[in-house]
Design a protein around this ligand. Structure first.
Ligand SMILES: Cc1cc2nc3c(=O)[nH]c(=O)nc-3n(C[C@H](O)[C@H](O)[C@H](O)COP(=O)(O)OP(=O)(O)OC[C@H]3O[C@@H](n4cnc5c(N)ncnc54)[C@H](O)[C@@H]3O)c2cc1C
Length: 497
């Protein structure tokens, strides 16, 4: 059987993979590409997570693609609306026919002789093995394990008589109407889930070991609404996107430079929505500084309104043990429960668990250094999309895809077959992701590193990256370009084989 060859192989049909395919369609129409997706659907995160109220935690003017305006009324959108947006974008750019569903990519081996990757995948529906080759491998696999969310040791959980559900695997038939619900966790998922469940449940208690910073924002953007009345969708979208980038950069910088001011502002934002005399110090004053972990968004103050209405309680305490009928806390308090939700987070997984090798040598991710946050030292013709930790994922996704297109065109123009990032000269390497969140800290030893300066340092700064990735030359000191052995080079010579 001849092996299928594709110019660019994208792994993953989530927000990033579909975006990457659209960029390729727009900027490199001569390239052949395919997407291998292990699931049976487009959308990744926005198809997988089905818990009540699932929504974005950042505004859609920056979580949407640069090339496709977000036109829905709400700036903080729900999961189904985002899924629809990704699917419609895929349809509009003719991407759907290029997706091979049920293909989990397992290994990719680079050969410098042939200047191509041999990629092996397993069909998740039939178990069949599939092999193909590609010139460029583009990993858009997100950052966490799809098969299993993170659950810490929960003492006595086996004794609990009711259902215990992780939000990553929400059962369609979970009936919690009129029931007492305990949600464990205080991250974005818990903060989303708690007010949504409180609409039907008898009562919801959110049990948190330690508090998280929360910011109240309206789910509709009034400036966007006004601009849309006078300007074209595209112009209004571009303006609001930059407005929101500026706002998120301002709040991030303020958090880093004046954490006390930011703490006071966040507190002032939430206190009017809570009952008078509410114990903010216990439940909403984290031990870390704002943006040491991701800030949680509370659109329209829904969580605080549910607390004020008495439908939701927050318990800041350690869990002593689960009992048959609920949870006993370290303080001795008993929380009766019919249903327990473990909103305890994700398991990080780099490059979708793919095993890479270069000329027969396995690539050890923690021993690689990320170049511009999107390629790996020593790994030719390979890119990965990892979004910002302090801003919307897609801002970076768009830049990475644009950069890959620029690189591909550069390779073609100059007759090169490959581009390989080099490691920085300095040994001063630090973890790729600079967040104190549990899910990041648990997995630091599995991730690539970053270097001390550009192009190996991640500044988590969108305007800076716009300059670096859209406007600066792709041929800088951090990469080496090569022609295939034996290939003709300009001037009539041949590269020695
Ligand atoms: C509940 C939740 C809410 C979030 N909210 C926000 C938010 O508001 N703002 C924000 O910026 N970020 C948010 N994020 C982060 C979010 O993951 C990104 O916004 C974005 O959806 C990532 O898109 P992606 O395509 O890179 O990855 P994913 O959405 O994770 O998609 C990856 C795709 O790759 C496929 N895949 C993985 N491995 C393989 C393999 N080996 N072979 C084949 N296919 C594979 C998966 O099946 C999946 O379809 C949120 C995350 C979660 C879990």
């Amino acid at each position: 059987m001849p092996v299928d060859h594709i110019d660019v192989l994208i792994v993953g049909a989530g927000l990033s993979g579909i975006g990457a395919a659209c960029h390729l369609t727009r900027r490199c129409p001569d390239k052949t590409y395919a997407i291998l997706e292990s699931r049976e659907a487009i959308g990744g995160t926005w198809d997988l997570f089905r818990y009540p109220g699932v929504r974005s935690d950042s505004d859609m003017f920056t979580l949407g693609y640069s090339f496709r305006p977000w036109t829905d009324a709400k700036a903080i959108a729900d999961g189904p609306a985002i899924r629809r947006y990704v699917r419609e974008t895929a349809r509009a750019y003719g991407v759907v026919d290029r997706i091979r569903f049920h293909h989990r990519v397992i290994t990719a081996e680079w050969s410098s002789d042939s200047a191509q990757w041999t990629v092996r995948a397993e069909r998740t529906d039939t178990g069949e093995r599939v092999e193909l080759t590609c010139s460029f491998l583009f990993c858009c696999t997100g950052y966490y394990r799809y098969d299993e969310g993170y659950t810490p040791v929960l003492p006595g959980i086996d004794r609990f008589a009711g259902p215990v559900v992780h939000p990553q695997h929400w059962p369609d038939d979970l009936d919690y109407a009129g029931k007492r619900v305990v949600v464990i966790g205080s991250g974005a998922t818990a903060v989303t889930l708690v007010p949504a469940m409180a609409e039907q449940a008898a009562h919801v208690t959110m049990v948190q070991r330690s508090p998280t910073y929360m910011a109240v924002l309206p789910s509709r953007d009034r400036i966007a609404d006004a601009l849309r009345r006078f300007l074209s969708q595209r112009t209004a979208y571009a303006l609001v996107r930059w407005k929101n980038v500026a706002f998120s950069m301002f709040t991030f910088q303020l958090s880093r430079r004046r954490p006390q001011t930011m703490k006071a502002m966040l507190r002032k934002g939430i206190s009017p929505h809570l009952p008078a005399g509410y114990d903010l110090g216990t439940h909403f004053a984290p031990r870390y500084n704002p943006w040491d972990q991701r800030l949680c968004l509370v659109p329209d103050a829904d969580l605080f309104k549910a607390v004020s209405a008495g439908r939701v309680a927050i318990a800041t305490d350690e869990i002593d043990t689960f009992t048959e009928h609920g949870v006993r806390l370290a303080s001795g308090a008993e929380l009766p429960a019919d249903v327990v939700i473990t909103a305890t987070g994700l398991n990080l997984l780099a490059i979708g668990g793919l095993r890479l090798s270069v000329d027969g040598t396995p690539v050890d991710l923690p021993n690689t250094v990320a170049y511009k946050g999107m390629m790996l030292s020593g790994v030719p013709n390979f890119a990965l999309t990892v979004g910002y930790t302090n801003a919307s994922w897609t801002l970076k996704g768009d830049l990475v895809a644009t950069y890959v297109c620029r690189l591909l065109r550069y390779l073609d123009r100059r007759g090169y077959a490959s581009v390989t990032p080099l490691a920085p000269a300095s040994d001063d390497l630090v973890p790729l992701i600079d967040l104190a969140s549990g899910y990041v800290q648990r997995s630091l030893d599995q991730l690539p590193k970053q270097g001390p300066t550009a192009p190996w340092r991640l500044y988590q700064n969108y305007p800076r990256d716009v300059v670096l990735m859209r406007h600066r030359s792709v041929a800088d000191r951090g990469v080496r370009f090569a022609r295939r052995a034996g290939a003709p080079v300009p001037g009539g010579r041949k590269v020695p084989a």
